[in-house]
Design a protein around this ligand. Structure first.
Ligand SMILES: [Zn+2]
Ligand SMILES: [Zn+2]
Length: 264
C-alpha cells in the first residue's frame, strides 16, 4: 500500500482547502508522507499560480504544521515549478517540474486551461494539427529536468487532457508515439521519478492517469522510477484511486524496485 503523496495543492494557489485541512484528511486516510505544494508564480498568467510573495508565507505555514503534527505524519513543503516560471525554487523541500504552457513569442498558450481554449490554440498556432501541437509540447517536456531541476517529473502527457476517448486525435498515431517516446527517452537518462498522476481522472473525466498505461508500459520496460500522485485540489481526493492504479501500473510491468520511496 502506497502511503506517500507529494502532489497536492491548497488555498495558497488553486486548491480549495487550507493546508491544515489537507493534513488532517491525509492522516485519516493513512498517508504517512504528505507533500503540499504551490504552483510557482507565472508572470504571464496569474489565474492558477500562487502570488509572487506567497512562498515565504507558505514555507512558514508548513514549518508550523510540521511542528504541530510531528510524529503523526511527515510533511514536505514543495513547489510545482512551471517550465516558464522564472521564480527561484530555493528553500523548498522538493520540486515537481511541469509543463503547463507552450511559448509563442511573447505569448504563453496554456495546455490545460479548458477544452475550448486548447482547441483554439491548436487551430490558431498549429493549423488544427494536433500532432504538431503534441510535438511541440513533448519537445518542451523533454527539457523539463534541465529547466526546472525537479525531484519528480510532473504529469508527463498533460497535453492529452481533453482528448477523451481519442475525440481530438489518435493517441496511437505514429507521430504522437514518436513525440512522447523521444521525450521519455531523454527524461529516462536522469533517473528522476515520473509521477503517475490521477488528477485528470479525478477532475477532467480522463480514464487513465498521466502518463497513460501505454506510456507506463514503455517507461516500465525502460527502467523508469515512479511515484503515485493524486494531484489533489480538495481533501476528498487524497489517496483516492491509489490501490487501483498501483495495481494497474504493476500490471503493465513496474517492479517493486521501480517505486520510488521519497524523503526530502
Ligand atoms: Zn500541474
Ligand atoms: Zn499540480
Amino acid at each position: 500500500m502506497i502511503t506517500q503523496d507529494f502532489h497536492n495543492h491548497t488555498t495558497f494557489c488553486d486548491g480549495k482547502a487550507d493546508p491544515e485541512t489537507m493534513v488532517k484528511t491525509a492522516i485519516e486516510r493513512g498517508i504517512t508522507r504528505l507533500g503540499l505544494l504551490i504552483h510557482s508564480y507565472t508572470f504571464f498568467d496569474e489565474s492558477y499560480c500562487a502570488a509572487q510573495d506567497a512562498p515565504t508565507k507558505f514555507k512558514a505555514t508548513m514549518a508550523q504544521l510540521k511542528e504541530a503534527y510531528r510524529g503523526k505524519i511527515e510533511l514536505y513543503c514543495g513547489v510545482e515549478q512551471d517550465y516558464y516560471s522564472v521564480e527561484s525554487t530555493e528553500g523548498f523541500d522538493y520540486v515537481i517540474g511541469s509543463v503547463h504552457y507552450l511559448r509563442h513569442g511573447d505569448e504563453y498558450p496554456p495546455v490545460d486551461d479548458c477544452r475550448e481554449t486548447q482547441m483554439g490554440i491548436v487551430k490558431a498556432l498549429f493549423g488544427g494539427d494536433y500532432y504538431a501541437y503534441a510535438e511541440e509540447y513533448f519537445r518542451t517536456v523533454a527539457n523539463v529536468v534541465e529547466k526546472t531541476k525537479p525531484d519528480i517529473i510532473g504529469h508527463f502527457d498533460l497535453a492529452s487532457k481533453y482528448n477523451g476517448e481519442g475525440d481530438l486525435f489518435d493517441e496511437t498515431h505514429p507521430r504522437y508515439i514518436a513525440a512522447w517516446q523521444a521525450a521519455a527517452d531523454r527524461l529516462l537518462t536522469y533517473n528522476i521519478p515520473f509521477e503517475i498522476n490521477l488528477g485528470g481522472i479525478m477532475r477532467a473525466g480522463r480514464h487513465e492517469p498521466y502518463p497513460t498505461l501505454a506510456m507506463q508500459r514503455y517507461l516500465a520496460e525502460h527502467g523508469a522510477r515512479v511515484v503515485l500522485s493524486s494531484d489533489s485540489h480538495t481533501p476528498d481526493t487524497l489517496r483516492q484511486g491509489f490501490d487501483e492504479w498501483e495495481a494497474a501500473a504493476k500490471s503493465v510491468g513496474f517492479k517493486p524496485e521501480q517505486w520510488a520511496e521519497l524523503r526530502f
